[in-house]
Design a protein. Structure first.
Length: 408
């Protein structure tokens, strides 16, 4: 099984020369451990590895953290650090007493609970990075670059990129981006995702909330997947799963805390008084969405009622990944006002706003961009575009590009 290099490796190597502690967060099975162990092997420093999924190691870390660190001296990888937050104080003491950049590489898959302890114990000593499932650029072996609809960059890439058909695009959407599937380690996609839900997601909810009704949680997951690329509606999620609204909020918080979903928040400024305040819901992995919503093949997904939402989720998640892969948090929003005027994505970059529409069409019309005129105010309006199923890169006008989804 060939190892596929991850874009974030470069950032970890750079920050490891400056910070004593690197914390890598991200959903389970996204490849954090595999990548860090690969980096450790290349590093050649004899870096140890210990996982707190091991109950014996976890118990020692919680009851005698000083002894734990004596047995697992830096440089060390400590996997699933959220299981023993008691360790963080001792990691801080070590970092204060030793000038040792890169001493600790920590991973965590329950982000919110973990970050509270990190903020209290390791402020100023830790570099925090977020890792997602594979981006399409990683799979294709292309170099990292945060996505911006830049004419020169995209034109140059279009000359060397191999175009994908709509059918090929939906094959990628349906297959997903989890390393276990992409690498070929697991060939039965349905079995992989079934195991992922029962082994990891259900366990995380139980551990973080102390509350688990498996049947209702699975209904909740399906409902959330069916509402991807839509405004978050806790009442509808609660009704579908036969739970109360508070529990729906709690379970969605867990999915976000576990790096499975993320929220895209609405853009607003002082001149835009009528914008809505509800965020939109997206999954980092469209394969999981297709599994939960029972699309049995790429062709069925492409022709089904969710085809537009699946494409939108794919594009938005790929844009988010392009920033995470470079160690950045994207200034990415959507726009919708009370008059139902909408822009799918607004990227804020270098003092400019870049409006983007995502459409399941191979021949976008310039009327699609008519809402782009709403962008402005304190920021200048930058290049925008329509991300779609067009066979090639082109432009609608001087400001608005036609970007094939496979170029994200």
């Amino acid at each position: 099984m060939t190892y596929i290099a991850r874009h974030i490796e470069k950032k970890i190597t750079e920050l490891g020369k400056e910070y004593s502690v690197i914390l890598l967060t991200g959903q389970r099975q996204s490849g954090k451990t595999t990548m860090l162990r690969e980096l450790a092997e290349k590093e050649g420093a004899g870096r140890r590895y210990v996982s707190l999924d091991d109950l014996g190691e976890r118990d020692l870390a919680k009851t005698d953290p000083a002894l734990f660190l004596q047995l697992h001296e830096p440089p060390v990888i400590i996997d699933e650090i959220q299981y023993a937050p008691e360790l963080l104080t001792y990691v801080k003491i070590y970092a204060d007493e030793h000038v040792s950049p890169g001493a600790f590489w920590l991973t965590g898959s329950q982000i919110f609970r973990l970050m509270r302890g990190v903020g209290e114990s390791l402020a100023g000593r830790v570099a925090v990075l977020h890792m997602t499932p594979f981006s399409q650029r990683e799979i294709a072996g292309l170099p990292p670059r945060p996505f911006v609809p830049n004419l020169d960059t995209l034109l140059a890439e279009s000359r060397i990129s191999l175009p994908l058909s709509a059918s090929d695009m939906y094959s990628r959407i349906w297959k997903g981006s989890m390393p276990g599937i992409v690498s070929g380690r697991y060939t039965d996609r349905d079995v992989f995702y079934s195991s992922y839900v029962s082994t990891y997601l259900e366990r995380d909810v139980r551990e973080l909330t102390g509350d688990m009704d498996i049947l209702r949680f699975n209904r909740f997951l399906v409902s959330a997947a069916a509402r991807t690329a839509q405004l978050v509606n806790y009442s509808a999620l609660a009704e579908d799963a036969d739970i109360n609204v508070q529990k729906a909020k709690s379970w969605l918080d867990v999915l976000e805390a576990s790096g499975v979903v993320f929220m895209l928040h609405p853009y607003s400024n002082n001149t835009l008084k009528r914008t809505i305040k509800t965020p939109k819901l997206y999954f980092y992995d469209t394969g999981l969405v297709c599994y939960l919503t029972r699309w049995s093949s790429p062709d069925v997904a492409m022709e089904g009622a969710m085809s537009g939402a699946l494409l939108e989720n794919f594009v938005v998640s790929e844009i988010a990944k392009s920033y995470a892969d470079s160690g950045l948090v994207p200034a990415m929003y959507f726009y919708r006002d009370r008059d139902a005027k909408e822009i799918d994505v607004i990227l804020e970059r270098d003092g400019m706003l870049h409006p983007l529409e995502i459409k399941k069409t191979a021949a976008p019309d310039k009327r699609i961009t008519r809402t782009f005129s709403l962008v402005g105010g304190a920021f200048r309006r930058g290049t925008g575009g329509v991300i779609c199923l067009a066979p090639k890169f082109s432009a609608l006008n001087a400001l608005d590009l036609v970007v094939p989804a496979w170029m994200i």
